[in-house]
Write a protein that binds this ligand. Sequence first.
Ligand code: MCA
Ligand code: AMP
Length: 501
Amino acid sequence: MNLYSLFRSRFPSDPQAVFLQHDRGRFKYADLDRQSGKIVSLFQQLGLHKGERLLVQVDKSAEAVVLYLACLRAGVIFIPLNTAYTADELAYFIADAEPRLIVCTPPSLATVSEMASKYKVPQVLSLNAQGGGSLMDRLADTKVAQGIEACRADDIACILYTSGTTGRARGAMLSHDNLASNALTLHRCWRWQAGDVLLHALPIFHVHGLFVALHCALLNASKVIFLPKFDVNSIKLALPQTTVMMGVPTFYTRLLADPEFDRALCANMRLFISGSAPLLKETFDNFEQRSGHRILERYGMTEALMISSNPCSGERVADSVGFSLPGIQVRIAGERHNEAAAGEAGILELKGPNVFKGYWRMPERTAEDFTDDGYFISGDIATMDAGGRISIVGRAKDLVISGGYNVYPKEVELAIDAIDGVRESAVIGIAHADFGEAVTAVVVRKSPGLSAERIRTRLKTTLAAFKQPKQICFVDALPRNAMGKVQKKTLREQFSDIYTD
Ligand code: MCA
Ligand code: AMP
């Protein structure tokens, strides 16, 4: 049941076939098996055992992917973190996850080592985007382990942190079987075929880039054109050599903003997939007109991986995330937890082999997110028509999705409220042409001298850049209802056009 065994069973018959083509060269399937075997040996030397945790905050590289696969192979729990997280944010994850090994970037080694000794983490190694660092140095004279640790389906493979509405991040535990079942389903539903080449420009610390994209390619023994990040010019160069691309809606709006993006560039493409945030109908239509491709939109979340998808060969419809994937039961809960009628909006709930094993060391929090009959409550508001087609129409959770990254307003509000001179704040998402939604802060000051600049400077050390408000607006008071609750809808209306003016 080890996910790595599944991948290995699908490796190409020619071990010299390329797995990752990256900016420094080619990484073959044989290299992947060998290098991951070396890392497994290193784990043994370091006393890092099955079920123990490895926390990783490194730039995107082929070696970082191999580190992930080595964890699967050894049964070590892999915990990837966004490289944008500040030292303050990192400290929380270290304290919560209690890893036995941290792998960080070389420039952050000194700071991370200090934190590691504070939280009693025995080992810290480094890895840079060029595949160098103390982790790789240690592999030089390490032997290659051949085996794969035996795992049960329920054994935890990864913990992915997702912020919560309380402002406190929680670790979603995903098992080998969660990942394997979802990957097999996607591979089948998206009709991966011989010769498919994946264009990969997503970060590899989230479900989308790490699992959805890479797992499909691995199951298909495909080549991956592995870009360090999304950049329109690199995508334009790579498109003619690839057949499948996955991205967040910002990828597609940025491509459309380039006058050179056209049908000819996409002539070799089979499939464009979008997810992580709502894809506007306007983007879907413009993309079809410019490229000749109807983007396949799918829907998922960290706790449940991929939940629904538009069909590969049937009709792909704008403003819809398609049908629940095979083996996954989706229902729309109406106001009194009854099942909503066809077309009626309610909270999307689901059950299936994709649903995670709970939040790390938060059993009460986990229980709150499940119904009595075992359905996971997504927090997304959706409709389902009589034919089972799903549309996401809103969110019951207070969440902003900016360029595919989730930002929980509570976390940003807590950081702003802690600044001297702030009375209170409300953080909202406002429509933004590039990021879909932009994090926007509405602040009530105690001292009129407090400037937006000062708030910005303070937030730089506490919050990752993508969480920082793109605009800070001052008001005399926040609108509240009779119960005293801040009326975010009113604020969203009031500031709806600040990014379009
Ligand atoms: C970067 N910045 C952002 C974002 N990304 N600000 C808000 N939202 C963002 N998403 C900051 C940068 O730090 C920088 O700040 C400034 O904005 C401009 O950066 P820019 O160069 O334009 O950004 P970029 O480096 O080109 O990145 C934009 C991006 C990237 C390509 C859209 O954010 C991205 O790759 N997003 C994908 C996220 C993703 O993989 N989500 C999947 C989650 P400063 O100027 O201060 O330096 S998994 C998930 O949600 C579920 C499971 C699912 O369904 O998939
Ligand atoms: P995360 O917590 O990062 O896994 O983000 C999951 C959330 O992203 C979901 O609960 C949705 O709110 C949102 N999401 C993902 N895919 C889509 C989509 N295709 N359309 C609308 N929202 C989406």
